[in-house]
Design a protein around this ligand. Structure first.
Ligand code: FE2
Length: 185
């Protein structure tokens, strides 16, 4: 099963997984089906990662770092912006003229987020938190990973019982958040 990682190593591991998918998405040799599949996998992974960060990373940031509240607020705003882009990409045909621009925007934003966390936030947290605390938080993040759906099916919105959750059919972003018990809005 999953190896043991502290919170920071677990989040860095997520970043690498997403980056691998970004690199594949940037190659021109993918079929539209593969682009759609990779995009769905990126969205699922990023929403799961955002939920893990919102539940464990930012509360720790607020508690442990001077100026942590402002930092956490800014990161959460960035997650919200990325989710708006993901909602636009969700279900969009890769041949849509808007698709490539939105995808490029998402990739740029997430790479910025990754650089910020890995160059600034994570080293500061490592210095401020005990290793035991970071390992405990790492365990909790592994739990989030287990609950999240890993392979979204393209037809999932039409498949009961997901289509019985009431209201309009949910997009992938909300379905992943629901599966994690962390619907945002
Ligand atoms: Fe992150």
């Amino acid at each position: 099963m999953a190896e043991k990682r502290d919170m920071i190593d677990a989040l860095i591991h997520d970043h690498r997984e997403v980056e691998e998918m970004f690199v594949e998405l940037e190659s021109t040799e993918n079929s539209p089906e593969r682009v759609r599949e990779l995009t769905d996998n990126v969205i699922t992974e990023l929403v799961r990662h955002s939920v893990a960060e919102e539940q464990y990373l930012y509360p720790t940031t607020r508690k442990a770092l001077p100026g942590g509240d402002a930092l956490a607020d800014r990161e959460i705003e960035e997650h919200a912006a990325a989710e708006r882009t993901m909602k636009q990409l969700d279900g969009m045909d890769p041949s849509d003229p808007a698709f490539n621009g939105l995808l490029a925007e998402l990739i740029t934003d997430i790479r910025g987020h990754v650089a910020e966390e890995e160059n600034d936030l994570f080293p500061r947290l490592r210095a401020a938190c005990g290793q035991e605390e970071l390992e405990e938080l790492g365990n909790k993040i592994q739990q989030v990973k287990k609950v999240a759906p890993t392979h979204p099916h393209p037809n999932a919105p039409d498949t009961p019982p997901l289509n019985k959750m009431g209201g309009p059919v949910l997009g992938l972003v909300d379905r992943v958040r629901d599966a994690l018990g962390a619907r945002s809005h």
